[in-house]
Ligand binder design. Structure first.
Ligand SMILES: Nc1ncnc2c1ncn2[C@@H]1O[C@H](COP(=O)(O)OP(=O)(O)OP(=O)(O)O)[C@@H](O)[C@H]1O
Length: 822
């Protein structure tokens, strides 16, 4: 062990930092930092160079690869242990860095702590050398797991105080704040003390002697779990129980008698070794461990399946160094049959039913795939799109309860051009409702004066009609805001939605390749494939024709909507490619429902419901026409003259069921058609649709699961950001350069500002995520923080950081008049 004197002004031995040992022993010219497995000299500048610096990580990954982790492969790629270094940049500062970004990963939960190979409590194991039998080893023969990671070189077992930490998911700050409390947000972070003074905030500091031993706990002043010591003072530290430094004096004076909270039995880490120094390679990205080992370390928590603890026998007393420790054997008992829940949260891994899906390679594992992300981002962008009203004086700034009108279609050359479907000029706008702040779609019917409000009874029926394949009608109002008498129908807005007409019938040539793909005029069609198998490009069954599965997917959705509409005693009346919205890959919604019921309301005829059956029959015929046009890939297919040819193409290219579907809907029938008659034609294809919908739901749900954890970390970072280096507290020593926030400031550097041996920024998302997770969970694992001037070293556990963090944030909330943090 390096002597205390040697510890002064020496660069830290990186070999020692990385492995916890150094083959040169006392002869090494560099500092063997006594307390933790330094993995790299934290530096804002150049890290120390020494003859051990050949150590590099065995993994060539960097943060980018963390993003690019793939899934969808049959097997998770193996990364063999002990493989030769690949030259990965090393970290600038080392704390114990574990595998998966989850607290406890690799550091050992109670099952491995202080247990010998037979699961017996064996405190001696704390002193075993690296590689000793029974130790958990990482891929470099380094110790893993708390029993083997002793930063104090063999500290005796500590008493296990009740530190008041939650034992369940509360520890994750996931609980919903009590809204009834005076400060619901503050409830999330209950201050440990009412006011935060410097001394109150610093029970975590202590002297650190040159041998890396904590001063022995005494009844007057049990050893704190964090240590801070300027290097120049390390030489003068007289060893165990040495006088505290000037800075530490005040802190030591205020130390409570309460043992370090991370020893409390209430935590999942309760039986963990009080000091962890896993001595992992500094340049081991957590990502590597994540790939090579299960992210879930077996938990041994004192929660049994029956909710019962094992019977406690006598409390054990142990006198070490003049201090009596009390602990119960149950704290160490293995409970293989017990339900073990973590008291932290993290994204564990892909569930196998998703992981084994064949998806694109290089799909990010911890963030959503680009395709989905872009889709969502586009929708967000479209929802927020605005238009400069000064250049568009035609668009009023406000219409009824709506503002921020944004036209959804380019201005027509002839603004008075009538819609073929409605017989009036129409315009669509996206607009924001002033009352609820939501974005809706306004469809203005120009120059329509509502003469009879009786038709509003039908509107009320439509407003109550909810179906996932119908664009919901919200309200109807008349307005003169456009300078005329207009009636406006307000619908739900589906950003990036397009019409079926645009998606499928706006290809080159107005006829959508009708003649070519049908080959009716000239006889032979170059795209016709009588076998019906194999397509030229992707999903196309034949060039120009949609795959039958897609057609049935549309049929299922459209018929489902019609079924609900007809069952409600209504008729769609807008079954038309220009009035069917499509978004995502194949999601359909019937648009503009209810408009014709108002526009064609006949005073003499009474309610449109009187002729509803007629309109329902029309719906079915139009359904057949829309689907026929899709199947033949042209709207020309539905013309009477082309019908025979169209049916021949269907017979050649698609199943008999699809042909029967068209024959049923588009030829004369002896009895009224019913949407229910279509169901047998769909048959088992319905299951196919259901299956794919459920599969998609699974995939999306998995994406959501990732974002839950990402959101949690975002909240954590937000809180950290509010605490770190607040300018208004710049001159307040309690806030910036000393005390709790100083630790958090250094932790921020530890998270984000490390550099490699060349002084270049070391960026590894896996490291950031892992550290944040450990902070959130309050892991007892220790890390080493170094001041920016590199004169001070602070050894602190995540648990202490978490407590400081919560105190600091809670205090911020208390002093804030307008706290709003959810
Ligand atoms: N509820 C809605 N949500 C999102 N976009 C919509 C909605 N309703 C319509 N749109 C979009 O507004 C645009 C115009 O729709 P519209 O129904 O007027 O189509 P159109 O082809 O212009 O029909 P018409 O010939 O009857 O005017 C289309 O691009 C459509 O995607």
């Amino acid at each position: 062990m390096t002597s205390t004197a040697n510890a002064v002004r020496k660069p830290i031995c990186r070999y020692f930092m990385s492995t916890g040992t150094c083959h040169k022993g006392d002869e090494c010219q560099y500092l063997h930092h006594p307390s933790v497995g330094f993995q790299k000299h934290f530096s804002n500048g150049q890290p120390p160079m020494n003859d051990h610096q050949g150590m590099s990580d065995s993994m060539g990954d960097n943060g980018d690869q963390f993003f690019n982790a793939t899934f969808g492969t049959e097997t998770i790629p193996e990364f063999p242990f002990n493989r030769p270094p690949l030259g990965r940049p090393q970290r600038a500062m080392g704390g114990p860095v574990m595998g998966s970004g989850m607290p406890g990963q690799g550091q050992g939960f109670p099952d491995t702590q202080r247990m010998d190979m037979h699961g017996q409590l064996d405190p001696r194991m704390d002193n075993l050398p690296p590689g000793a039998p029974g130790m958990r080893m990482d891929g470099y023969g380094q110790r893993m797991g708390s029993p083997t990671h002793r930063m104090d070189g063999g500290m005796p077992p500590r008493p296990r105080p009740d530190h008041g930490l939650p034992t369940d998911f509360q520890a994750l700050n996931l609980q919903i704040p009590n809204s009834k409390g005076p400060n619901p947000v503050a409830n999330e972070f209950i201050p440990k003390s009412a006011t935060l003074t410097h001394s109150a905030s610093s029970p975590n500091f202590s002297t650190l002697n040159g041998n890396g031993f904590l001063p022995p706990m005494t009844s007057a002043a049990p050893p704190p779990s964090g240590h801070m010591m300027p290097p120049e003072q390390m030489s003068s530290a007289p060893g165990l129980g040495g006088p505290p430094t000037s800075m530490m004096l005040s802190q030591a004076q205020t130390m409570s008698n309460t043992p370090p909270p991370h020893l409390a039995p209430t935590s999942v880490f309760s039986s963990a070794s009080p000091n962890h120094s896993p001595h992992l390679s500094p340049s081991n990205s957590p990502l590597m461990i994540r790939r090579t080992a299960s992210p879930i370390t077996p938990l041994k928590q004192n929660v049994s399946a029956q909710g019962q603890k094992k019977n406690s026998t006598a409390t054990i007393q142990e006198n070490v160094g003049g201090t009596t420790y009390f602990y119960s054997p149950e704290d160490f008992s293995l409970q293989h049959d017990a339900l073990q829940l973590p008291n932290f949260s993290m994204f564990p891994s892909l569930p196998p039913h998703i992981a084994h899906l064949t998806v694109k390679k290089n799909m990010p594992q911890f963030f959503m795939p680009d395709e989905l992300k872009l889709d969502i981002l586009n929708r967000h962008a479209m929802t927020m799109a605005q238009i400069d009203t000064t250049h568009n004086p035609d668009i009023p700034t406000e219409v009824d309860n709506y503002h921020n009108l944004f036209p959804l279609e380019p201005p027509l050359a002839n603004p008075m051009q009538k819609s073929a479907r409605f017989g009036y000029p129409t315009t669509c706008y996206k607009a924001v409702n002033t009352k609820d702040g939501l974005t809706y779609c306004l469809r203005r019917i120009h120059g329509f004066r509502l003469s009879n409000t009786k038709c509003m009874s039908v509107i009320d029926m439509w407003k109550k009609m909810y179906h996932p394949n119908v664009v919901q009608l919200r309200e109807v109002f008349t307005t003169k805001a456009f300078g005329d008498n207009s009636i406006v129908f307000v619908y739900d807005y589906f950003p990036t939605a397009e019409t079926l007409m645009t998606r499928h019938f706006s290809g080159p040539g107005a006829m959508n390749g009708y003649n070519q793909s049908f080959g009716m005029e000239g006889g032979s069609s170059r795209s016709f494939n009588p076998s019906g198998k194999g397509g030229m490009n992707g999903p196309r069954q034949h060039a120009g024709l949609l795959p039958e599965s897609m057609i049935w997917a549309y049929v299922v959705q459209l018929s489902s909507a019609l079924r609900a509409i007809h069952a409600a005693g209504l008729a769609c009346r807008t079954m038309d490619p220009t009035k069917i919205l499509i978004y995502s890959k194949s999601r359909l919604r019937l648009n503009c429902v209810g408009i014709l019921d108002v526009l064609t309301f006949d005073n003499n005829q009474g309610s449109p419901l009187a002729v509803i059956q007629h309109y329902q029959q029309e719906d079915l015929v139009y359904l057949g026409k829309v689907v026929l046009a899709l199947a033949c890939n042209t709207v020309m297919a539905i013309q009477r003259d082309n019908f025979q040819n169209s049916m021949e193409l269907i017979a050649r290219s698609y199943s008999a069921d699809l042909k029967n579907f068209f024959l049923y809907l588009l030829t004369n029938q002896n009895r009224p058609r019913s949407i229910n008659d279509i169901m047998p034609m769909i048959g088992a294809r319905f299951y196919t649709q259901l299956d794919s919908a459920q599969l998609r739901s699974d995939v999306i749900e998995n994406e959501l699961a990732k974002e839950v954890e990402n959101g949690r970390l975002f909240r954590l970072l937000s809180k950290l950001g509010t605490i770190n280096e607040r300018p208004e507290y710049n001159l307040d020593p309690q806030w910036s350069e000393t005390g709790d926030r100083y630790m958090l400031k250094l932790f921020r550097d530890y998270l984000f500002h490390q550099v490699d041996e060349n002084g270049a920024p070391w960026i590894d998302t896996a490291h950031i995520i892992q550290c944040l997770n450990k902070l959130d969970a309050g892991s007892p694992e220790k890390i080493c923080l170094m001041s920016r001037d590199e004169h001070s070293v602070l050894v602190v556990s995540y648990l202490e950081l978490k407590q400081n963090f919560e105190r600091a944030f809670s205090e911020l909330l208390t002093s804030s008049h307008h706290a709003n943090f959810t």
